[in-house]
Structures are given as structure tokens and as C-alpha cells.
Design a binder for this molecule. Structure first.
Ligand code: PLP
Length: 394
């Protein structure tokens, strides 16, 4: 059976997350699910908010005629209006439905945006560590991925970004709260990035779009809020989904929002809508669009995630692991105690702890813990982490 050489080579370099998950399946059979501490997947283990079930029930009991038909490729106007209304309140900017396209999750949204923007050979800057699918998504549309490391604190390094911009740079993908670090960007780096890109435009006329990937925007701790790129960057496009904030990853519902300050927004929107259609998504799922239109102000219970972050951060740092304290998402990204992060992950596996090496996110020397799992599993894992720390002499 012949498949493309390119896909064959992608399969050979299978994702670390997938590899470790499969290891977990083997260990669970051997030791039982309670004795395997699987921190590999970013699959929310909480249920959607009660309001989601209410809306679902209402639609099942009182169906709207035609509710399963095709619609405009951008999505239902009332859903797009509901999204725009909340964005307008959050940013003070004049959003309306003509700035919004409903999509099949954030992954679908990213593909639609990249297809719309990129010509073959155009460059897209990603900040490492990064969500590994970005590389594949950029390649899907003929783009070239340029990795730029973040600072020690995992914030954007503006000098390094400035040096990486060439005449072929079309976009920069940022992701805050971040997967895999959990770091949230405050106002300063966004303002500085906005200034840098304004200068590029002034000098060369080249627009470099900031694609802000924000599926974790509502999953933040310690009372903070995530500043909006729309308030700092003119050529900004937000891609997001309800996979994490409403715990609906299997339902594939998200959206693209373009800044009201973007020049020629009509052409950009036409491109996005065309690509939503021709990538084969056609439109975002109809039932979910109707439901999330009423849930733009809802979210899962964030306090459960914060409690898990605190348990892990406090215990692991006391054991000698070193990490930046994350203020969002549901990940920790500690330094690998061994120089080789893959070797460290293999050592952890001997204690039934499953982790993903930083190499899987373009940043060797670290490892990722995903804590969207049962609290009891996290508590059960602590003695195993302690044994591991002691064995490695932390
Ligand atoms: N972007 C980031 C940073 C993610 O972590 C994920 C999923 O884990 C996605 C995008 C894709 O999300 P979706 O399920 O909405 O496609």
C-alpha cells in the first residue's frame, strides 16, 4: 500500500504524546488504572457546565425546523453576533458578525487562517516551546515554520522575533495561556509585539499577522484575566474553541475573530469563508453553533484545575523539581533533572509516571505534565514522584 512519502515520514516521527499514551495503555493493563499516573493528554476530564446540558435538552425537545441543514459557510449569523457581542464588551472594539467565522475547533480555525494567508514558501514564526501541530498545519498550506525560542520565563523574546522576520514572514502564532508551559502573556509583551510589527509595516509596507491561538483563555488562575491581542496589535486574528473552556473537544466547535482594525477586512473574511468551505469543513457543526451561542459567558469550574495546579506545583517544587509557576491552561513545564529529557521521561516511566519530553514541543531539557486528570490519580502519583526525585538525587 503506497501512501505519500511525506506522510510516511511524519508517521515515523510519531508524536511523543501519542507514543506515551500508548505506553500508558500497556501499563494500565499490567498495574491497573489507579496505579498508572498518566500526565500525557490534554483531554479535559471535567464535564461541560450545566447550562450546556440545558440547551442541548431544549433543542432536543423543541427542535427548530431546518436545524440540521447546511447554512452560510461562515456559520449562523445569530451565533456570530453572540460571539461578537462578548468580544466587543471585552475589548471595547466595534465587533460585529462580519468579523467572525465559526469553525471546527481551534485546529480547524488555524488551518483555515493559514490556508487563507499563505503562499508557498511564506514563513510563519512559532515561539518555542509550542503546540506541535502548528508545524503540520503550516506545512499543510505550503508554509515554512520558523521556530523562535521564548525567554527563560517562556515569554516572547522580542529581539529574537525581530531578527527572525524576513520579507517572506506572513504571520506569527502566539498562544497564551500556553500549551505546554501554562504561561500567560501580560500586556507588556503584546504591546511590544504590536509596536515591532507597526515598525515593520511602516518601514516596508509588509503586514505580519499575529494569529493568537486562545483555547485556554478562560482557564486562568489567581484572579488574572488574559489581555486581548485586539487591544495591542492591529493585524490580529484570534483562533479559539470551546474544547477546553466548555470541555467540548469532541464536538469540534470554535471560531475565528478578526480585528476590526484590520485593513481590507472584507477580502480577508471572504478568504476565510472560502477556505472553511474548500478545506472540506463546509461549516462548523450546526447543533453546537446553536448551543454555544447561548454559552459565551459560561465556563467549566476553573477552581478544580487551580487546585490540581497547586497540589502539583507545591509538592514537586518541594521535592526539588524546578519550574515556572503557570497561571493558566492545565500544564506544567518543569526543567528535566537529566540533561536528556527523553532519558528522564523513560526514568519516570519506571515509576509508572507518564510524561511528555520537552523535545516534543521543540524545547529539549524540559518535560510536560498535563493535569486535566482525576485529583485522586494526582495524589496517588506524589509518592512515585518522590521516589523518582530521590533516586535522581534532587
Ligand atoms: N491549540 C492549542 C494550544 C491546543 O492545546 C489545542 C488542543 O489541545 C488546540 C489548539 C486544538 O484545539 P481544538 O480541539 O479546538 O482543535
Amino acid at each position: 500500500m503506497a501512501i505519500s512519502k511525506k506522510i510516511e515520514s511524519s508517521l515515523a516521527g510519531a508524536s511523543w504524546i501519542r507514543r506515551m499514551f500508548e505506553e500508558g495503555e500497556k501499563l494500565r493493563k499490567l498495574y491497573g488504572p489507579d496505579r498508572v499516573y498518566d500526565f500525557t493528554l490534554g483531554n479535559p476530564n471535567v464535564e461541560p457546565p450545566a447550562a450546556f446540558k440545558e440547551e442541548l435538552k431544549k433543542l432536543a425537545l423543541e427542535p427548530v425546523p431546518g436545524m440540521h441543514r447546511y447554512m452560510s459557510n461562515a456559520g449562523y449569523p445569530e451565533t456570530r453576533r453572540a460571539v461578537a457581542e462578548v468580544l466587543g464588551e471585552q475589548t471595547g472594539l466595534p465587533f460585529n458578525e462580519n468579523h467572525i467565522v465559526m469553525t471546527c475547533g481551534a485546529g480547524g480555525a488555524l488551518n483555515v487562517v493559514l490556508k487563507t494567508l499563505l503562499d508557498r514558501g511564506d514563513e510563519v514564526i512559532v515561539l518555542s516551546p509550542y503546540f506541535v501541530e502548528y508545524k503540520f498545519y503550516i506545512d499543510n498550506h505550503g508554509g515554512i515554520c520558523r521556530e523562535v525560542p521564548t525567554t527563560e520565563e517562556f515569554k516572547p523574546d522580542l529581539d529574537a522575533i525581530g531578527r527572525a522576520i524576513t520579507s517572506r514572514t506572513k504571520a506569527i502564532i502566539i498562544n497564551s495561556p500556553n500549551n505546554p508551559t501554562g504561561v500567560v502573556y501580560n500586556n507588556a509583551p503584546l504591546a511590544e509585539l504590536g509596536e515591532l510589527l507597526d515598525n515593520v509595516k511602516r518601514k516596508t509596507g509588509q503586514a505580519v499577522y499575529v494569529i493568537s491561538d486562545e483555547p485556554y483563555a478562560k482557564i486562568v488562575y489567581d484572579g488574572i484575566t488574559v489581555p486581548s491581542v485586539f487591544n495591542y496589535i492591529q493585524d490580529s486574528i484570534v483562533v479559539t474553541s470551546h474544547s477546553k473552556d466548555l470541555a467540548l473537544p469532541g464536538e469540534r466547535i470554535g471560531y475565528i475573530a478578526i480585528s476590526p482594525a484590520i485593513e481590507n477586512p472584507g477580502l480577508l473574511m471572504e478568504g476565510l469563508i472560502f477556505c472553511n468551505r474548500t478545506l472540506g469543513f463546509v461549516n462548523a457543526p450546526a447543533l453546537m453553533q446553536r448551543i454555544v451561542a447561548r454559552l459565551q459567558r459560561e465556563s467549566v469550574d476553573i477552581s478544580e484545575y487551580q487546585e490540581k495546579r497547586d497540589i502539583l506545583y507545591n509538592n514537586l517544587t518541594a521535592m526539588g523539581f524546578q519550574m515556572v509557576k503557570p497561571q493558566g491552561a492545565f500544564y506544567l513545564f518543569p526543567k528535566s533533572p537529566l540533561p536528556d529529557d527523553v532519558a528522564f521521561v523513560m526514568e519516570a516511566q519506571k515509576h509508572n509516571i507518564l510524561l511528555v519530553p520537552g523535545s516534543g514541543f521543540g524545547t529539549p531539557g524540559y518535560f510536560r505534565i498535563s493535569y486535566c486528570i482525576d485529583k485522586q490519580i494526582i495524589l496517588n502519583s506524589l509518592p512515585a514522584f518522590k521516589e523518582l526525585a530521590d533516586r535522581l538525587g534532587l
